[in-house]
Write a protein that binds this ligand. Structure first.
Ligand code: GTP
Length: 362
């Protein structure tokens, strides 16, 4: 840990083994933390922030498409990290995944991260809070505008967590579980081994019931769960525009990020923090706004693409309109099609000219 915390080494664990079902069809070809986001795998942004906080030993708990993480990040030395991989043969859920890395932990405390959160919280302060309060577990609690969409986590005047509440219309607090925790190492060892355990539904309520000290680190900096196509696009555009924090990107931020070989017709418009993947093409008169084109995606002449993500090698035909859409890799949308909010097209599916689909899977 950075010198400010002054309490010895801290490990980081990143949970990256989920199937990412809410992000299908994008997660059919790559696990959610590996999806290209502002030109690099999503996980790079989190790893860069872990490194910037002075933590160097990072264990990835993997399961779904486990091998692709090591293929890309290797031993982590290029990022100044020492990366280890622990693979679950069967997914163990969040708590089971944390228990499964227990024998790799070296420090007294470990910071656990969900691998699908884009966050600006101060990791050093989170660890300092944990150590100063002497807690067994400290949770990053995020203040959100609409807490009714999440389970909420109230705290008392001393910052101790008093309950884990299910979603309700009128939650008593705007603090929600932000998917980032500091555990004492011994608390990890006490999670049952070798079976599925949900840290949110089983471990945390169990700790409270047993009288453990569960502390809250309340924060209201940037925070986004990129688990759905809508929030994935939001996170990507926020990174490109410099709204979301990362240490993985250099250079100025702006309206668009063009990766190598991307070509844009002189009269096309690309705005709103869009990313154009390598060798992607935006044709004459086309408009791409607040969207993500993976490598080799093509937007043909006069098409409009807003708040959408286009998988690798996918194609949007002339004059088509896509708003709030996710296209799988290699999907083809015919000329003059109109696809609106929530529509998802599976990899390699071809929609004929003029097909109109609203919020349905193809
Ligand atoms: P959805 O299927 O869309 O809900 O996504 P998900 O599978 O990623 O689940 P969720 O968003 O609830 O997971 C939160 C974090 O925990 C993500 O970073 C997941 O990768 C991770 N995760 C979820 N289940 C497991 C698991 O069984 N094993 C491991 N290692 N990680 C998991």
């Amino acid at each position: 840990m950075g010198s400010s915390s002054g309490g010895g080494a801290v490990d980081a664990v990143v949970l990256v083994g989920g199937k990412g079902t809410r992000l299908r069809p994008l997660t059919l070809s790559a696990p959610k933390p590996m999806l290209p986001t502002a030109g690099v795998p999503f996980l790079s942004h989190l790893l860069s922030r872990i490194r910037a906080a002075g933590i160097t030993h990072v264990v990835l708990g993997t399961s779904y498409q486990a091998e692709v993480f090591e293929e890309h990040f290797g031993d982590g030395s290029a990022l100044g990290l020492e990366l280890e991989y622990v693979v679950e043969d069967e997914p163990l859920d969040t708590g089971g995944a944390i228990r499964n890395v227990y024998d790799r932990l070296r420090g007294d405390d470990v910071v656990i991260f969900n691998g699908d959160i884009l966050s600006g919280t101060d990791i050093g302060s989170l660890v300092d809070t944990h150590r100063c309060s002497g807690a067994d577990v400290t949770l990053h609690l995020q203040r959100v505008a609409d807490p009714s969409r999440f389970g909420s986590v109230p705290t008392d005047a001393d910052g101790r967590v008093t309950a884990f509440l299910e979603k309700t219309q009128n939650p008593p607090t705007d603090q929600v579980n932000a998917g980032c925790y500091v555990f004492r190492r011994g608390v990890v060892g006490a999670i049952p081994a070798g079976r599925r355990v949900s840290v949110e539904r089983e471990t945390f309520p169990g700790l409270l019931e047993a009288g453990a000290h569960v502390h809250g680190f309340v924060d209201d900096s940037y925070w986004l769960d990129v688990g759905t196509p809508e929030t994935f696009v939001q996170g990507s555009t926020d990174l490109v525009r410099g709204v979301a924090p990362t240490a993985a990107l250099s250079g100025p931020r702006g309206e668009a990020l063009h990766l190598s070989g991307a070509t844009v017709a002189a009269d096309a418009e690309v705005t709103g923090g869009s990313t154009l993947g390598a060798d992607s093409v935006v044709g004459t008169g086309a408009r791409v706004e607040s969207s993500v084109l993976f490598d080799g995606a093509v937007v043909e002449a006069g098409a409009v693409v807003e708040r959408s993500v286009l998988g690798a090698g996918s194609r949007v035909g002339e004059g088509a309109v896509l708003r709030g859409v996710a296209l799988g890799d290699g999907a083809i949308v015919g000329e003059d099609c109109e696809l609106l909010d929530g529509a998802r097209v599976w990899p390699k599916v071809e929609l004929p000219r003029g097909a109109i689909r609203f919020s349905s899977d193809a």
